[in-house]
Design a protein around this ligand. Structure first.
Ligand SMILES: [Zn+2]
Length: 271
């Protein structure tokens, strides 16, 4: 129950009308949210997080041994161990057996990996992911067309050549596909777009695994990529945006078709 909401509607609510009245005047200044007890290990994790965020602990840096950390923080070793395990699960720390604990790379890609599980569990999230890509990537392509340099154009040509050679190998093709889209984002030289796109790509790995298995999708993607590259090379934002939109719509439709086919195979849906 949201106590503050009830208090603010004092006199109208049936639950609180008489009892709460004396508190009405202090309700705005005070919060009746329950006190949350934070365990020692959570506090240790918070402390480490703060040190990572502030840059005191840097990517790749080794942490002091568990015993030293415990004594520095004035807590028991089990609390330190639990905190480290939690942060390691999130990819913020890396535990190397026999070597010690290190701060992770803190690359967006690595930090988002645990979220892949969410995608595994929720097909609706995948649809949302395609929608997000459709909102972002045509705009990214248009911006890239205005900024792209010859180095990136050359890289995109090389990637398209790779894809041509990888048509029979869906897994490696997916890697080249991701690199193709990432190169276009990098061409925008915009850290915000890079950050957003990185998260979309990490979460998109699963969808690529599905769509790349669908007959004809790879060849079609390769053709789409060529169109996108042509538009980028012509430095034509409008064409680049349209080509990207067509490409993503096709991939999304392929995914949708593969989903219904898979369900049909399980006998849950008719096609
Ligand atoms: Zn693609």
């Amino acid at each position: 129950m949201d106590v503050r909401r009830n208090v603010s509607f004092i006199g109208l609510t049936t639950e609180w009308h008489c009892l709460v009245l004396p508190f009405a005047f202090i309700a705005d200044a005070m919060s009746f949210d329950p006190i949350v007890q934070v365990s020692v290990s959570e506090q240790v994790a918070q402390r480490l997080l703060t040190m990572i965020r502030s840059g005191l602990l840097k990517p790749g840096q080794q942490l002091p041994p568990e015993r030293d950390l415990a004594s520095m923080l004035g807590v028991g070793r089990p609390a330190v161990r639990e905190a480290i395990r939690g942060l390691a699960l999130l990819g913020l720390l890396r535990i190397r057996q026999g070597e010690g604990t290190f701060v992770g790379s803190l690359e967006m890609r690595e930090l988002l990996e645990p979220l892949e599980m969410v995608i595994e569990l929720n097909a609706g999230t995948l649809e949302a992911l395609f929608d997000a890509r459709l909102v972002i990537e045509p705009g990214v392509a248009a911006l890239a067309a205005m900024h792209i340099g010859d180095t990136e154009i050359a890289r995109l040509h090389a990637l398209v050549d790779d894809e041509q050679a990888l048509l029979g190998n869906p897994e490696t093709f997916s890697a080249a596909d991701m690199a193709f889209h990432e190169t276009i984002v990098d061409a925008c030289e915009n850290p915000f777009l890079q950050s957003i796109s990185n998260s979309l790509y990490v979460l998109g790995k699963k969808s690529r695994r599905v769509t790349s298995q669908v007959e004809g999708v790879l060849a079609r993607s390769l053709q789409d990529h060529r169109h996108i590259l042509d538009a980028l090379e012509a430095r034509d934002p409008e064409q680049a945006s349209q080509a990207m939109r067509r490409h993503l719509c096709r991939v999304r439709d392929a995914y949708a078709a593969s989903g219904s086919l898979a369900k049909a195979a399980e006998g849950t849906v008719d096609v």
